[in-house]
Write a protein that binds this ligand. Structure first.
Ligand SMILES: Cc1cc2nc3c(=O)[nH]c(=O)nc-3n(C[C@H](O)[C@H](O)[C@H](O)COP(=O)(O)O)c2cc1C
Length: 375
């Protein structure tokens, strides 16, 4: 016989799972239906230097690179978007098939719901099923690591769920702050992370979600034992803008909606790449407002290892699901590769290694210049 405590726990878990499902669906639909992109994009302030007579053969420009010792065909990552909801399964399957075909890296969205609601696990597992060979990045939040209910063994379940090659812990303080009942206490984070670090050998990266990592925190996280970073700066999707659409703020308490006021808060992605590279030699993914293969080239010239895209691939996957195909996502990856290869060729650069931190190949102008020359 089940006790009333068990029943209460089950009911609580069901409510939690329903809440997460609703939130997941809203997070997917809002960026598609509304403009929740940051207003400024600092990649425009980087100019790559043209070379009028490239001596390398276009076809011989080599985009392949290694990330945590895994060879991929190009420095492109489908960054964390989703998991949990039935529609997330379709999105993840579509993206993973394309990523496998084009041999690039892919991440899943936060896996927390996978441990709360077993029915949702398939939306994550499907990724490894259709993409057996590419490196996959798992994902959980700083909120889960910091929770009083933190359970060290859960980390292993997240890894196993997708047979992850790398795990990401996402840092989304602003997002949590402007949503109802967000997790905004990270006091246990360092202590619990150390336990994870001692027990698990898998590479773990620290990932921002659109507000950017600064040098100080990057340095601390590097020292704590993180193996890499996804700087997730401003310039692309704004989670405050998403929450502005989702939540009715408490107008009895405040005269203004915090989600609206903090819509543009954060460190631009190019600045965050420079900040992170200044203090760490570890792998860096540049995500947040990248739009084309030229932005990947700019990111790598500044010191990143990969360019990551979430919003762009959310749109292509949505399109593919509507049209019962995988063509748009595949074509987008091929397009990014062509743009990146063209950028290298037009700078007379043969491979990704020669582009990395190549300060002779770019000029920084405008507001971005001002950002990075502040004392
Ligand atoms: C619909 C949606 C859901 C996301 N969910 C997650 C998530 O679960 N975990 C995470 O680390 N980042 C998540 N992100 C953040 C992205 O991985 C990325 O850092 C951010 O959107 C900036 O990249 P973009 O400008 O290319 O969209 C999500 C982004 C979008 C658009």
């Amino acid at each position: 016989m089940t006790s009333s405590k068990d029943e209460k726990d089950k009911k609580h878990e069901l409510n939690q799972s329903n809440d997460i499902m609703r939130r997941k669906l809203e997070h997917l639909k809002i960026p598609i239906e509304y403009n929740v992109q940051h207003k400024e994009n600092y990649f425009e302030d980087i100019k790559l230097l043209h070379h009028s007579a490239p001596e390398v053969n276009f076809e011989e420009v080599n985009l392949s690179t290694k990330f945590f010792n895994k060879l991929i065909s190009a420095p492109i990552c489908i960054t964390a978007i989703t998991g949990g909801h039935p529609i997330s399964k379709e999105i993840n399957e579509t993206l993973a098939k394309a990523a496998e075909k084009e041999k690039i890296i892919m991440s899943v969205g936060s896996q927390r719901v996978g441990l709360i609601d077993p029915d949702s696990i398939e939306s994550f597992k499907v990724v490894r099923k259709v993409a057996p060979n590419i490196p996959l990045i798992g994902n959980i939040g700083i909120g889960q690591i910091s929770s009083p209910d933190f359970n060290l063994e859960d980390f292993e379940e997240y890894i196993d769920m997708i047979k992850a090659d790398i795990m990401a812990i996402h840092f989304n303080a602003l997002h949590e702050l402007v949503q109802d009942e967000g997790d905004i206490s990270y006091k246990n984070f360092r202590k619990n992370f150390r336990l994870i670090r001692e027990k698990y050998k898998i590479p773990i990266i620290a990932k921002e979600v659109g507000t950017g990592l600064n040098s100080e925190l990057t340095s601390v996280l590097d020292g704590l034992g993180f193996d890499g970073f996804d700087v997730g700066g401003t310039g692309g999707t704004s989670f405050a803008a998403i929450e502005e659409r989702r939540n009715k703020y408490n107008s009895e308490k405040y005269t203004r909606n915090p989600a609206e006021v903090f819509r543009e808060w954060g460190i631009p992605t190019p600045v965050s790449i420079i900040y992170a590279r200044k203090v760490s030699q570890k792998p860096i993914i540049a995500t947040g407002g990248l739009r084309t293969g030229i932005d990947i080239a700019k990111s790598i010239a500044l010191g990143a290892d990969l360019g990551g895209f979430a919003y762009k691939f959310l749109l292509t996957a949505w399109d593919d699901i509507k049209n019962h195909s995988g063509d748009t996502t595949l074509k987008e990856i091929v397009t990014l590769k062509n743009e990146l290869r063209s950028s290298l060729w037009l700078m007379n650069i043969q491979n990704i290694e020669h582009l990395k931190l190549n300060t002779k190949k770019y000029v920084i102008l405008g507001k971005l210049y001002q950002w990075i020359h502040q004392k």
